[in-house]
Design a protein around this ligand. Structure first.
Ligand code: SAM
Length: 276
């Protein structure tokens, strides 16, 4: 349910239509932490907003107010704690548990549907590379829900790597998932052999790492490429991504879909490519 709806139900006439219009986005529930976006103009309603959230979601122990957009290499936003203290939580997804702290690492529950799409595509025995692996949600949901031979995850943020390693143990996939800490530009070329499937879930800058990804692809590999794009670019996007990869390898982009939104009229897209 959107924050707008919760506030309207709870505050009724105590919140004006003008103030309600300022509640721009829905909120995100990560385990027992809620992340909200409260614009400055309605900051005076902060305590009411917290009470409204707690009434609706009794298990919530911390409410974070997002201040500023996700940015930097680690893709982190700044937060203000407006309720509670603890910022570490366990989030459940597709039979897996993810321990994480959203103030230190990137994680989005909104990608859960895309993760399911991916693990359903995996054939038994595949060797999979997850670049930009975060705390491990793609790697671990694949290891738990499909039957890959091996999943290799590479992540730069040391805090995310710490949680990724803990999550591998928590989900008992030590025999399948291997975690590497560092820049994909350095780590990936050092990995042995090629991969059946390569994921590039870093929509803001995946284009800068296409040359790295292709070194680990072979005939028959599938690449899942993520990018942000405006709705007006949608028609040409699949072709554009295919062209980006075709500078290095023979490939065909055969599928594309939206898998999240970034800003008004700007979405996260995934493009699937077949190599060879
Ligand atoms: C958008 S997040 C995606 C995280 C994860 N795949 C998920 O879905 O939750 C991108 C991740 O890539 C990591 N990252 C950024 N640049 C990197 C690089 N050059 N090499 C490895 N990881 C990188 C960031 O720290 C961040 O965790």
């Amino acid at each position: 349910m959107s924050l707008k709806k919760i506030l309207k139900d709870r505050l009724g006439s105590r919140i004006s239509e003008k103030e309600l219009l300022m509640v721009r986005r829905s909120f995100e529930i990560i385990g027992d932490i809620v992340v909200v976006d409260i614009p400055d103009e309605i900051y005076h309603l902060k305590d009411e907003i917290v009470r409204a959230i707690l009434t609706k979601h009794k298990h919530v122990k911390t409410v974070l107010r997002k201040i500023g957009e996700v940015r930097g290499d680690y893709r982190l936003a700044e937060y203000e704690i407006i309720y509670g203290r603890e910022t570490e939580t366990v989030c459940k997804e597709h039979g897996c548990k993810f321990l994480l702290d959203p103030t230190k690492v990137y994680y989005s529950v909104r990608l859960s549907g895309e993760r399911e799409r991916i693990f359903r595509l995996v054939n038994p025995g595949e060797r999979i590379l997850v670049m930009f692996a975060g705390v491990g949600p793609f790697a671990i949901t694949i290891a738990k829900n499909a039957r890959p031979k091996e999943v290799v995850g590479v992540e730069l943020n040391p805090e995310a790597v710490k949680y990724f390693r803990k999550n591998v143990k928590l989900n008992r996939v030590e025999n399948i998932v291997r975690v590497y800490e560092g820049d994909v530009r350095k780590i990936v070329p050092e990995l042995e052999g090629s991969f059946d499937r390569i994921l590039m879930p870093s929509p803001n800058n995946a284009q800068d790492f296409v040359d790295v990804a292709v070194t680990k692809a072979k005939k028959g590999s599938i690449i899942h490429y993520y990018t942000f794009a405006g709705v007006e670019e949608e028609k040409e996007l699949q072709k554009r991504v295919e062209k980006l990869f075709s500078r290095y390898i023979k490939c065909k982009a055969f599928f594309m879909r939206r898998c999240g939104s970034f800003a008004p009229y700007v979405h996260r897209y995934v493009v699937d490519l077949a190599v060879g």
